[in-house]
Design a protein around this ligand. Structure first.
Ligand code: ZN
Length: 221
């Protein structure tokens, strides 16, 4: 009995959150379908501009229980933009997502360029916070699948060293091969679980988890 308790107390669940920026493109629907089949909830950051070309994208995301965040209407880089423009782009995109039936709680900076104005906007629209990431996969910069998996594995190991048990991955839903890369990552996680062994810190099981839950937990910590 004591041995069982010791074993249970040394099990850690490591949450991997998938996020997809700048969609949609023509691969998106297959990707959403695949995530649904694998029972994975990811978070998508489409732009209003790209949404013009695919009127079913948001409803598909909603039906397939995916999450969305605000990424501005036209992927506006906020660091040099005037306040009026920031407000307009934030609000326009927010309203598109809300009209589609989503409760929007996170914002991601386009190209990672921050602005102090966001503090005001997040409060005004009752957001939980900024959606950052741990691994920029470089998928739009022609990184190979093996290079991407290597980056992710290295980031997981760094987190484990710090006794940290979650990881947010940034993919782009606008780059060819996004479905293939996602499949490879899911496969990689499954193999990692099969090989999961007793380490000095205990057993670690990896799971693909809701990014919103990971972000919310980080806000509390
Ligand atoms: Zn983006």
């Amino acid at each position: 009995m004591i041995q069982i308790l010791i074993l249970l107390s040394s099990i850690h669940y490591f949450d991997v959150g998938l996020t997809y920026d700048d969609g949609p493109t023509n691969e998106s629907h297959k990707l959403i379908e695949y995530l649904r089949d694998e029972k994975i909830t990811a978070m998508f950051f489409p732009t209003g501009l790209n949404l013009q070309w695919d009127e079913n994208y948001l409803s598909e995301l909603l039906i397939k229980k995916q999450e969305v965040g605000n990424h501005t209407y036209s992927h506006l880089e906020l660091d040099k933009a005037p306040i009026k423009k920031i407000d307009a782009e934030f609000t326009r995109q927010h309203e598109i997502l809300v009209r589609a039936g989503f409760s929007v709680k996170f914002f991601r900076y386009p190209s990672g360029k921050p602005s102090k104005r966001l503090k005001y906007l997040l409060k005004k629209y009752n957001y939980d916070g900024i959606a950052d990431w741990d691994v920029a996969t470089g998928d739009i910069f022609k990184k190979t699948d093996d290079q991407i998996i290597y980056l992710i594995d290295r980031a997981i190991n760094k987190k484990l060293l710090k006794q940290n048990f979650d990881l947010i991955i940034l993919f782009h839903d606008c780059s060819a091969g996004v479905l293939r890369r996602t499949r490879k990552l899911v496969q990689f996680i499954k193999i990692k679980n099969l090989n999961s062994s007793l380490m000095d810190k205990g057993v670690v099981f990896y799971q693909l988890s809701s990014p919103a839950e990971i972000f919310k937990r980080r806000l509390v910590e």
